[in-house]
Design a protein around this ligand. Structure first.
Ligand code: GDP
Ligand code: ZN
Length: 386
């Protein structure tokens, strides 16, 4: 197979640029305009005495924020309960994604409302900064409704284990598509390397090696680890720390792959003493909540159970194939903008596939999503704007 290593994926054609810009807009619905600020408006409002904070957890009834200083340091030990300012309560009730973990908000300190029944300082939530990026999943109750899980992250760390559970490359592709669409740097971590000991000759292991090199050639960062603290080497631990240090990372991957083990190696500072508070644990099992964990090495991890099912747009072949970086140079050379890149069409993607410029594996992954044959997660969809 020819290598596409030297191709410059960032050189987008005009059409792609327009597409990217459209995607990056964070306009919100019309009614949101009084709540969502541009960076410029944000700067002005800060001067008027409001304090900036990060949303660190959202529960059915309460929003938790932690003050963030100008250098981006988030005081995760100083969690406050935020009540949405009166002027926004109407939209807040209607809008499911009004604020999500990772949102940057402006708050005003408020006097303690005894009805809330907590000793945490309280504040009123006045504005939110336009989101740089966001990750969503399908609303479990209504498939057409978007549920934003987190926003403003620096990187998406995709964790999979080689075995127990066995790595699903198709799932990694889906996470990559989401990262591409949201312009978030993805990092792939393949964990439980120790389980491959003695299996070097197995075709499964050879296949893993090929896939790792495929993703590396596509320009993705791929790391192989064993997060078991008795097995990890000093070098591996340093490497792991360097990946997470000074970044806001969103951790994703099926349960059992080793996400918690990885976080534990990074020295998380559990932010919520909050968690033991009776009123705050109410509803914990009924709502999806995300946590914003501070790491002793500097940096933060967002770990949410819902992250296993991102939205991936499957009904628009252009946007779906755009999520496969190696297809980009060909998709817009296809005869029709609506080309589904299936065999039999006059299709440049298929031509590139036949020339070995696109791997069969990734193409099949694309087709699986297009045709909805890639399992449960295949039904997800990515949105262009908030
Ligand atoms: P999570 O559900 O993704 O948070 O996964 P956990 O961190 O809870 O790990 C699931 C199981 O895998 C636990 O029993 C861990 O001890 C085990 N585990 C984690 N990392 C490794 C590893 O590198 N090698 C092996 N053999 N087991 C691991
Ligand atoms: Zn095509």
């Amino acid at each position: 197979m020819k290598s596409w290593k030297n191709k410059n994926w960032d050189k987008f054609s005009k059409k792609e640029k327009i597409y990217k810009q459209a995607k990056k807009k964070d306009q919100g619905s019309k009614t949101d305009q009084t709540f969502i600020l541009t960076s410029k408006q944000w700067e002005e409002k800060i001067l008027s005495g409001l304090f900036p904070a990060r949303v660190v957890e959202v529960q059915k009834k309460y929003i938790f924020v932690a003050p963030e200083n100008l250098s981006g340091k988030i005081k995760t030990k100083d969690v406050r309960i935020a009540t949405v300012a009166k002027k926004h309560t109407q939209i807040y009730r209607k809008e499911r994604n009004f604020v999500v973990v990772g949102d940057r908000v402006l708050c005003q300190s408020a006097v303690i409302n005894e009805n809330i029944g907590s000793d945490l300082p309280q504040c009123s939530l006045e504005y939110r900064l336009s989101r740089e990026n966001k990750l969503s999943r399908i609303d479990p109750l209504l498939a057409s409704r978007e549920h934003v899980l987190a926003s403003n992250v620096d990187q998406l760390v995709i964790v999979a284990s080689y075995l127990h559970p066995r790595v699903k490359w198709g799932l990694i592709d889906r996470y990559l598509i989401v990262a591409e669409h949201e312009n978030i740097k993805p990092i792939i971590i393949l964990n439980k390397k120790d389980l491959l000991d003695g299996l070097e000759k197995e075709s499964f292991v050879k296949d893993c090696i090929n896939m790792e090199s495929l993703y590396t050639k596509l320009g993705y960062e791929v790391h192989s680890f064993q997060a078991d603290k008795r097995k990890i080497s000093k070098e591996e631990k340093l490497k792991l720390k360097s990946i997470f240090s000074k970044k806001i990372s969103l951790l994703s991957g099926h349960s059992g792959v080793g996400k918690s083990s990885i976080v534990n190696l990074l020295g998380p500072e559990i932010i919520q003493d909050v968690e033991t508070d009776a009123i705050l644990t109410k509803g914990r099992h009924t709502t999806t909540f995300a946590s914003f964990l501070k790491l002793k090495i500097g940096g933060y991890v967002i770990d949410t159970p819902g992250i296993r099912s991102f939205k991936v747009e499957t009904n628009d072949p252009f946007s779906l194939s755009w999520g496969f970086v190696e297809m980009r140079p060909y998709i817009e050379k296809c005869k029709y903008r609506t080309c589904r890149h299936e065999r039999g069409d006059e299709c440049k993607v298929v031509e590139a596939l036949d020339q070995g410029l696109i791997s069969e594996r990734r193409y099949q992954s694309y087709l699986g999503l297009l045709l909805g044959t890639s399992g449960r997660e295949g039904r997800m969809s990515v949105q262009m704007t908030e």
